[in-house]
Design a protein around this ligand. Structure first.
Ligand code: PMP
Length: 447
């Protein structure tokens, strides 16, 4: 048998260099909050495969539901017939919707495909072309989704031209407005909403604007929740001009923020809601949700895809929705979130001045939580907020140190941000262990 190391070398030779990797290892097993690597290392997984294995790796009921479905029917092409779990999933999702108007569903495989479908639908519903997107947002790697992705140039550099008609608005995040980090969210919202009115007056006329697409909690842009008043403001402007509001909850939806969908906190009505990632706990599945009154306008055959709404993925998603309810997952999210925020916020006033100085911000919602570090002059995009007493590249160094210590964790955005995406059913003990590893890593790295 080949050694783990030789497999890793084989992978490095034959797998495209276009993929990045947190660990050069084969991940051979996942169980709950832990994964095992081919070299025998067992690690705490606070990435959840970027917010996907939300109920832990290989949740027994979800894996069993998928296995059972495999013995019934695997592939039912969505343009040929319905599949049973597809319809059961709609039954489960209807009461989870953040607004009662959302009653028309279409399942696809990935978040990017859901975004493409959302853009196409908004164009079809309005007869308009342009899409307004948010600075810092990530929506995917396909041509349309990439055109509205504004979190990092690595996703699009060298791949232009992208879908035309994308216009960008700042997100209510202090970095993007060049203001002080302590600026209240209501002020940030006001600034961005007036920018939107300007954009509609100067660049993309309402009669040309099909949709505004927003990630209500910036994911790849730094884990920044949109203030509810911002979402209300967007809704109002959309209503005034007949513009569709597309809410992308691919990363923040399905329990991640402590509600089924983050949009529920504001009660704002999306015209199109996108969900994926945690939806099927690791099986490829995304949902494009709108209202029947609109989707009835779509000609039969205008939507579809060979694998769209796969029966095994749908069965896994039904089991995920059931497990969320039966295991009172949202209660766990909220209890663990309080503990996580308390522990991370304590670092801001830590007795070690180097630690306290380094931790600039702790933010997020539920179990979508980030620590932003200060960055020294010359390394951050916004030097104005630099702290010369802080070492460079803290986020990636802290994350790498966590990996060495046995925890998978990710950075995010072009700023110095480490993000916590633990499983939504993480135990109090495992969460505390993750925090302990993180704290130890911060202490060592800021020295
Ligand atoms: N939207 C958001 C908010 C995301 O976080 C992601 C994935 N990180 C996507 C869309 C794209 O999803 P996928 O990678 O499944 O295409």
């Amino acid at each position: 048998t080949q050694s783990h190391e030789s497999f890793v070398q084989f992978g490095k030779k034959h797998v495209t260099a276009g993929l990045g990797r947190v660990v050069d290892a084969v991940l051979t097993k996942g169980e709950g909050s832990y994964v095992t690597l081919g070299d025998g290392r067992k690690m705490l997984d606070f990435t959840c495969g970027i917010g996907v294995t939300n109920l832990g790796h290989c949740h027994p009921k979800i894996s069993k539901a998928a296995a059972d479905q495999c013995m019934k029917v695997v592939h039912v092409q969505c343009s040929i017939a319905f599949n049973q779990p597809y319809l059961e999933l709609i039954e489960r999702l209807l009461p989870m919707m953040p607004h009662p108007s959302l009653d028309s569903f279409f399942f696809w495989n990935s978040g990017s495909e859901a975004v493409e479908a959302g853009i196409k639908m908004a164009r079809a519903f309005t007869g308009r072309q342009n899409i307004i997107n948010m600075q810092g947002a990530y929506h995917g790697r396909t041509m349309g989704a990439m055109a509205v992705t504004k979190s990092k140039t690595i996703y699009s550099a060298g791949f232009h031209p992208l879908m035309p008609g994308a216009y960008t608005l700042p997100f209510p995040y202090w970095h993007q407005l060049g203001v002080d980090p302590s600026t209240p969210p209501s002020e940030l919202s006001e600034m961005c909403l007036s920018q939107l009115n300007l954009l509609l007056a100067q660049a993309s006329a309402p009669k040309d604007t099909a949709a505004i697409i927003i990630e209500p909690v910036l994911g790849e842009g730094g884990y920044v929740p949109a203030p509810p008043e911002f979402l209300h403001g967007l809704r109002e402007i959309c209503d005034k001009h007949g513009i569709m509001l597309i809410i992308d909850e691919v990363q923040c939806g399905f329990g991640r923020t402590g509600k089924n969908y983050y949009t529920e906190y504001s009660g704002v009505r999306p015209d199109i809601l996108l969900s994926a990632k945690g939806l099927a706990n690791g099986f490829p599945l995304s949902a494009v949700i709108s209202r029947k009154e609109l989707t009835d306008k779509l000609p039969a055959g205008s939507m579809g895809g060979t694998y769209a709404g796969n029966a095994v993925s749908c069965a896994a998603a039904v089991a995920s929705a059931d497990a969320m309810k039966e295991e009172k997952i949202l209660d766990n999210v909220n209890a663990r979130s309080t503990e996580l925020f308390a522990a991370l916020n304590a670092l801001r006033t830590d007795a070690d001045a180097a630690v306290a100085r380094a931790v600039l911000d702790v933010r997020g919602k539920g179990l979508m939580v980030a620590v932003e570090f200060a960055s020294p002059t010359g390394t951050g995009p916004y030097d104005r907020f630099a702290d010369a007493g802080v070492p460079a590249k803290l986020a990636s160094r802290v994350a790498a140190r966590c990996v060495e210590k046995g925890m998978l964790i990710l950075t995010t955005s072009v700023y110095e941000v480490v993000r916590f995406i633990p499983p939504l059913n993480v135990s109090k003990e495992d969460l505390a262990e993750g925090v302990r590893i993180f704290e130890e890593a911060v202490r060592e790295v800021v020295k």
